[in-house]
Design a protein around this ligand. Structure first.
Ligand SMILES: Cc1cc2nc3c(=O)[nH]c(=O)nc-3n(C[C@H](O)[C@H](O)[C@H](O)COP(=O)(O)OP(=O)(O)OC[C@H]3O[C@@H](n4cnc5c(N)ncnc54)[C@H](O)[C@@H]3O)c2cc1C
Length: 304
């Protein structure tokens, strides 16, 4: 065992820690080798202690949300993976203003706010990540996007160890983009949303309708990490892949979904190497056939 892990266990007392956590259990793809140390801070004080330890010991770290946009390589992740727990998974509504910790599950928040008769977040009812991951990715669906409902995001700066408050305008939101993607020292800790008052029945009806649309078009019964590629200007990825005859094409345990060409599913025993080889093959075929460069939307992480 590496020395720094013994030190982490003795210094980070009171915080849940697990050695060699299998990333296959921490991702929706069910793929990925071990993470050296999984640490679960429950409040800002815990988070500060963890990040101070990482800074002082020069240990690399990253935040793991629900792992629903992650492809983790087979050798796993070196360093510390931080999963926000405790007070970070709480949310509350004050009239039409909603405040949520970064660890809250987005689908729960979308359904919970709809039940309170608030409209605006229904688009997110099928996005299986955390609030923090959704801010990081500016997640969106069915003409909705996080950037349209967020007013404030609070983030913890791992260099200064201070909490910073950002307005939406400061977050550089774009298509599946936010400033957090280029500032790895920032941990999103909470957000504030501005929603509108509505009839709970209407909001719940919209959730049911969007859930049906998703169930009919996406392979939700198999492990995946959502859309493989970013949407290229002027094209639909699913259509390009379907027209190229790649639906159902498999390498090892990784298969282009037979239901939606834009998804790769894990048939049960897929490795990250299988998925990466399949991505490469799809990119090559689509480039040759349609002249379109496909760029992965997944965050591909871990030791090469
Ligand atoms: C079946 C399925 C359907 C999906 N449909 C959609 C969809 O319709 N629209 C869409 O946009 N996405 C969709 N996704 C992708 C995914 O759910 C989103 O990208 C989601 O926002 C990722 O959140 P997460 O918590 O799982 O983040 P992770 O996958 O755990 O992490 C993604 C990135 O965010 C970073 N991160 C996470 N939390 C924080 C934080 N608190 N502070 C700083 N950085 C953080 C991580 O370090 C990582 O780099 C889908 C995925 C699946 C499996």
């Amino acid at each position: 065992m590496q020395d720094w892990r013994i030190k982490a266990e003795s210094e980070l007392t009171g915080i849940r820690i697990k050695r060699d956590a299998p990333m296959a259990k921490l991702t929706t793809f069910k793929i990925g080798g071990p993470l050296d140390l999984l640490v679960e801070p429950e409040n800002l004080d815990d988070l500060r202690r963890v990040l101070t330890f990482c800074r002082d010991q020069e240990i690399t770290w990253l935040i793991i949300g629900r792992g629903s946009n992650l492809l983790v390589r087979d050798k796993g992740i070196r360093g510390i993976g931080i999963r926000l727990a405790g007070s970070f998974v709480e949310w509350e509504a004050d009239e039409t203003r909603v405040t949520a910790g970064a660890g809250v599950i987005l689908t729960d928040l979308a359904k919970g706010t709809a039940c309170l008769g608030l409209t605006g977040l229904e688009f997110a009812c099928g996005i299986p990540g955390t609030v923090g991951g959704a801010v990081f990715m500016n997640a969106g669906a069915y003409d909705g996007e996080m950037s349209r409902v967020i007013t404030i995001v609070e983030a913890f700066d791992a260099l200064t160890m201070e909490l910073i408050r950002f307005t939406s305008a400061e977050l550089e939101f774009g298509y599946r983009h936010s400033r957090f993607q280029k500032e790895s020292k920032l941990v999103v800790t909470s957000l504030t949303l501005q929603l509108q008052r509505s009839d709970p029945e209407d909001a719940n009806h919209k959730i049911t309708e969007l859930t049906c649309r998703r169930e009919n078009s996406q392979p939700l019964d198999m492990p995946s990490a959502g859309s493989v590629f970013r949407r290229p200007e002027g094209y639909f990825v699913g259509t390009l892949i379907t027209e190229a005859g790649l639906r159902g094409f498999a390498i090892g345990g990784a298969q282009v979904s037979t239901k939606h060409g834009g998804f790769i599913v894990n048939k049960g025993n897929a490795t990250a190497a299988d998925v990466l080889a399949l991505i490469k093959h799809i990119q090559k075929v689509i480039k040759e056939r349609a002249g379109v460069e496909l760029i992965p939307e997944y965050r591909i992480i871990g030791e090469e």
